[in-house]
Design a protein around this ligand. Structure first.
Ligand code: ZN
Length: 151
């Protein structure tokens, strides 16, 4: 950097952190240098802005308003998450239902076969004794006639 333009000194000059000798040196330079005068103006504006920001007082309701806004947003996010969880539970429940229905349809057997003997004995199959029993032989017309006669 051009030693004539002492930015570090200019910065301390703006902040009032210079010796009397440094102050005189800077004032002599500023009288001749438009670039540093412009830079001085920018630094002064920046310094004033920072001081104003530091002095700015927040309204007394700021903290409570901020907390309320945060809680409101959190509750909206929680509601969305809850709705999403609910939707996934519905999907899961429907999936389980489909599996159960399909599984039951596949596993459920046709009505247990009833032997000719049981038919002839007029033995009604009940749910407890119901089981699959292969017939000893095909039911023929004679069996039906015999059953009808013996009744
Ligand atoms: Zn200069």
């Amino acid at each position: 950097m051009n030693p004539q333009h002492d930015v570090e000194l200019l910065s301390r000059y703006v902040d009032g952190e210079v010796s009397t000798a440094e102050q005189k040196k800077m004032e002599r330079h500023l009288a001749e240098c438009g670039i540093c005068r412009e830079h001085l103006e920018q630094l002064s504006t920046l310094r004033d802005g920072i001081r104003e920001a530091a002095d700015y007082e927040l309204p007394s309701t700021f903290t409570s308003n901020l907390l309320r806004t945060i809680r409101l947003r959190e509750s909206v996010l929680e509601e969305r998450a809850g709705a999403e969880r609910f939707a996934w539970r519905v999907v899961l429940a429907l999936s389980v239902l489909v599996v159960v229905v399909v599984g039951y349809a596949n596993l459920s057997q046709p009505e247990p076969l009833v032997t000719v003997d049981r038919v002839l004995a007029a033995e009604a199959p009940d749910s407890l004794t119901r089981r699959v029993i292969e017939p000893r032989h095909e039911i023929s017309k004679d069996d039906i006639v015999f059953a009808a006669i013996s009744k």
